[in-house]
Design a protein around this ligand. Structure first.
Ligand SMILES: [Fe+2]
Length: 293
């Protein structure tokens, strides 16, 4: 699949790089195969997620009128999003540099990769594609509290990148364990709201039903100190009490926490600590024992 490129002068000469600028969604150019991949993934997750995804996410998919028949148009979704929470989707080529990504979030713009994975990548793709971004992340932008949390995260990310790479790493862990792989406590039991889970059939089941991973109550500093997995299911999932409590807990200035964490070693992804609020202590079955990220 063609991706638009721009050229940049670097120390290796004039090289092509994926553009970091906003790109128009080439909606009419999606092939039959692209739309079928969307449909297959959508249908599969629609069967898996009731009873596993949080109510707010399930309801938002309905409100956005996403369906299996065709890849949604960003412009259609934007009409609903703007009205509800003043968020807007922008098309991008793929992962953005951290600061550029955070600047978009701080301006209530959510970058969505315009291209979708290939049929042979239904179960796993290393980099985020349209399905992950659109199906996993976008629905909760309709929730007013979560929408504000995402903006605050973006503003915090810009600030952290000015402070330094360690501060940004602490904040990235917060994003990872909430926006990508978060669980939420509800009156019906634990549910997921993390996009990395919602866009993966295997992890949607694993995060809630497997005995292997830890499920631990959310604690801001604990999370910011914990390494994670990028290539396997998570060893630990952190459980928030509500979107309101997540937003409240992360609202204060994080600068003193960055300073405090600079001098301490991070926890391994699978550690359970004496003060943890443990919902489930993982058996560790199947864990990779090489280094966590
Ligand atoms: Fe993501």
């Amino acid at each position: 699949m063609l991706r638009s490129l721009e050229h940049q002068r670097t120390d290796r000469g004039y090289v092509p790089v994926y553009t970091t600028s906003v790109v128009e969604q080439p909606w009419s150019k999606y092939s039959r195969v692209d739309n079928d991949v969307w449909g297959a993934l959508f249908q599969r997750q629609r069967e898996v997620l009731p009873g596993r995804a949080c109510r707010e996410w399930l309801e938002s998919v309905e409100r956005l009128a996403m369906g299996p028949y065709a890849i949604p148009r960003f412009s259609d979704l934007n009409k609903v999003l703007r009205r509800a929470t003043d968020w807007e989707l922008i098309g991008v080529e793929g992962l953005l540099p951290e600061r550029a990504f955070c600047e978009h979030l701080a301006n209530r713009k959510f970058p969505v990769t315009w291209w979708i994975r290939k049929p042979e990548q239904l179960d796993y793709i290393a980099e985020p594609d349209l399905f992950h971004d659109l199906f996993g992340h976008v629905p909760l932008l309709l929730n007013p509290v979560f929408a504000d949390y995402m903006q605050a995260y973006g503003a915090g990310g810009v600030k952290a990148s000015d402070i330094g790479p360690e501060a940004l790493m602490n904040l990235t862990r917060l994003y990872w364990y909430t926006v990508e792989f978060g669980l939420i406590r509800t009156s019906e039991g634990l549910r997921t709201y993390g996009a990395g889970i919602l866009s993966s059939k295997g992890e949607s089941i694993h995060c809630l039903e497997s005995a292997a991973p830890n499920r631990i109550g959310f604690d801001l500093q604990r999370v910011m100190r914990t390494r994670y997995r990028i290539d396997t299911y998570q060893k630990t999932y952190f459980v928030i009490d509500s979107f309101e409590s997540l937003f409240t807990d992360t609202r204060p200035d994080l600068t003193p926490i960055y300073a405090k964490l600079r001098d301490v070693l991070p926890h391994a992804a699978g550690d359970v600590l004496p003060n943890d609020r443990v919902y489930h202590r993982g058996t560790g079955e199947g864990w990779a024992h090489d280094a966590d990220t």
